[in-house]
Design a protein around this ligand. Sequence first.
Ligand code: DGL
Length: 241
Amino acid sequence: MLIIDSGIGGLSVLNNIKKNFPNINYIYMLDNEGFPYGKKKKKFLIERSIKIINIIKEIYPIKMVIIACNTISTISLPILRKTFNIPIIGILPIFKPAIEITKNKTIGLIATRATVNSSYIKKNIYKYSFQKTIKVIATNELAIIAEKKFRKIFISNVKLREIFQSWTVLSRQPDTIILGCTHFSFLKKEIQKIFYKPINFIDSGETIVNKIKKYSYQKKKKKIFFYALNTKKKYNNYYFF
Ligand code: DGL
């Protein structure tokens, strides 16, 4: 299994996978050179993800690709699925659980600029904003802050507050926040501290296990051999691009 992100964000997804499929063979691809993806153009993101998959595919017998990145998933998933004949699973910001769980009918979506500008997000906001208020923050800064936290570099609370300012000034602040970037999973504690009331975090990285199981079930039904699990050769590895 190949897992791709621009940095440490996808590690939250990898942790969920490892917990549930302990025998998985994986390659974790950190595209540090391309970071941050949020600032990149659509063309770059598509070409980059195709290039990464092609390079790794040449070296390892990957049976599945996990795009552990909302930015690539919202932009490139359909093209990647057309380009490769291996299963490709993406991580996308999810709205439905947020719609169901919010008590004050106010939801926050925070994601990279590229994700927020994608048609996937525009469609979902249009679809759900009739039912609830959806407040959006587009930021490329927060992923950088998450990288710093991971490397134990000081992170400024002032900077964090600035990012969330458009929500903290509201009389009705979001009680539910959709984390639209895998990097943000590592900042739940810091984000919670900014708000007075408890926040429900909707973390789409947690949906990965069900997505893999669902895929596996469908394949088993068709009796097609599936999976990067338990292949003879172990190849767990981290790759820096
Ligand atoms: N972790 C990524 C995401 O889920 C990308 C962050 C970035 O590189 O800007 O969107």
